[in-house]
Design a protein around this ligand. Structure first.
Ligand code: G16
Ligand code: MG
Length: 216
């Protein structure tokens, strides 16, 4: 019986959160209102559709279904052009060190992301080979904090949820991990991720001893 290691993508493996923010801000500005980095916090880990609903709420804008869908497409096209040139240099510090250590010990590794762009991003930064299982926004129907994405990942890894560890940067993601009965590890600010079992600013703060203790 092994520990399953599940990684969120945006904000944990790569800092695409900044690109999502830029694309949403561009749309907000085009619609005539501001969108701050602070407001962007609630977009982390949340589906594209839900993000737009929140954005339009902030701007006090009502949209027809057709307009809504057009804005979704517009935002994603802007996001895609921002991530087009991404490469290995955008992998967050020490992520590869941890992945390599887990691989060396034959630990099952999964990606659990809300993003529909997860696969192309992993390909761009050349991390595909580390993951035994990829569960992303194209597979899930219920967004974080619903545990669905992580439960599917555990099932595909063949590991029981209670034997899984989740690395997450979003409040909704930590809640999803907790709701799945998994050990939640926050990557970011302890103040923001107060519901996580452990919190580290980034992977450079996690030592080999800590990872070793998680491995079964
Ligand atoms: C990510 C981001 C969210 C984004 C969502 C959907 O989730 O954190 O901000 O809205 O994916 O992304 P896309 O528009 O690419 O489908 P995660 O779970 O990887 O942090
Ligand atoms: Mg995230």
């Amino acid at each position: 019986k092994k520990t399953g290691f599940i990684f969120d993508l945006d904000g944990v493996i790569v800092d695409t959160a900044k690109y999502h923010y830029l694309a949403w801000r561009k749309l907000a500005n085009a619609l005539g209102f501001e969108f701050t980095q602070e407001q962007n916090e609630q977009f982390k880990g949340v589906s594209r559709k839900r993000c737009l609903e929140i954005l339009l709420d902030i701007g006090g804008i009502h949209a027809s279904q057709e307009q809504f869908n057009n804005w979704l497409i517009e935002k994603n096209e802007d996001y895609l052009s921002l991530i087009e040139k991404m490469d290995e240099s955008e992998i967050l510090p020490d992520v590869q060190k941890v992945l390599t250590l887990l691989k060396k010990h034959n630990m099952p590794i999964a990606l659990g992301s809300a993003s529909k762009n997860a696969r192309p991003i992993l390909e761009k930064v050349k991390l595909m080979d580390y993951f035994d299982v990829i569960v992303d926004g194209t597979h899930v129907t219920k967004a974080k904090p619903d545990p669905e994405v992580f439960l599917i990942a555990a099932e595909q890894l063949g590991v029981r949820p209670e034997d899984c560890v989740v690395f997450e940067d979003a409040v909704a993601g930590i809640e999803a991990a907790n709701n799945a009965g998994m050990l939640s590890i926050g990557i970011g600010e302890a103040k923001v991720l107060s519901k996580a079992k452990f919190v580290f600013a980034n992977f450079t703060e996690i030592d080999v001893k800590f990872i070793n203790r998680l491995m079964k």
